[in-house]
Structure formats: C-alpha cells, structure tokens
Ligand binder design. Structure first.
Ligand SMILES: [Mg+2]
Length: 141
C-alpha cells in the first residue's frame, strides 16, 4: 500500500514540485501536515484481516518518525513500513521495485498492491502482482 495520494492527501504540497529544480526536500518535509484521506484509510482497514499490511513509500527514511506519528494520529492499520533510503534519488518505480524484491526475499507473498502513481502500478503489474490503481490526480496518465 502506497502512502502519499492514497492514505495521505499530498495535494497541498504538489506545488513544491512544479518548478525547476523541484523542491523535493521541502515537498517531503511538508508531509507532516498532510490531511488524511479517510476513504484510503478505511480501505486499508478493510484489507488487513489476517494479512500483513506493508506500507511502501518513496518518502525518504529520515521522515520515518514523523510518518509513523502521522499514521498513528490518523489510526492507520499497518504492520511494516518500507521507505526510500536517504540519499537514494532513483525514481519511485525503481525504489518500489527493489522494495518488492526485498519483501519477496523475506518470504512475503505479495497479494495486492495499491498505488496512485501509474508508473508504480505498471511496475507492480509487470512483477506479477495484482494491482489497484487509485487516481489521486497528482500524475499524468
Ligand atoms: Mg503515491
């Protein structure tokens, strides 16, 4: 399960990526103030049941504390949080592809992926994972 655009409403900070160079640091730092997407959070709660809920985000790991606090504040059900390594500037699909490989190597049978980035959705599909694409409006199709 993705975080930004699915559980967390990042629309208020998209403008930080509009210019060149993009303000990635400011974009990620502002995530602490994101409002929750209640439908996404309810969707996660409905999927958990007896499965492990793994949140896979391209947010950098330096934001782990504020991200976990945000998840707790907004009553998100989750078991494992996988984040981008600090200093890793690869694309989100590259980061998440590696995360998927890592999960599988650790013995997880990944049953379903949900993401609002079409590039990530294509990556999960290509890797043989049933995928739900959710349109947040942050990305061009
Ligand atoms: Mg997203």
């Amino acid at each position: 399960m993705d975080v930004d655009g699915v559980l967390s409403d990042a629309s208020g900070r998209q403008h930080l990526l509009a210019g060149e160079p993009k303000s990635w640091a400011a974009f990620f730092e502002a995530s602490v103030q994101d409002p929750p997407i209640s439908e996404g959070i309810r969707l996660v709660a409905g999927l958990v049941d007896d499965r492990a809920m793994v949140l896979v985000t391209a947010r950098p790991a330096r934001l782990a504390d504020t991200t976990v606090a945000w998840l707790e504040r907004n009553s998100v059900s989750w078991d494992l949080l996988v984040m981008r390594r600090d200093g890793d500037h690869r694309s989100s699909p590259e980061v998440k592809s590696e995360a998927l490989e890592g999960l599988r190597a650790d013995g997880y049978e990944v049953q379903l992926a949900l993401d609002d980035d079409p590039g990530n959705a294509r990556m999960y599909q290509a890797a043989g994972v049933s995928t739900v694409y959710l349109h947040s409006g942050y990305y061009d199709l």
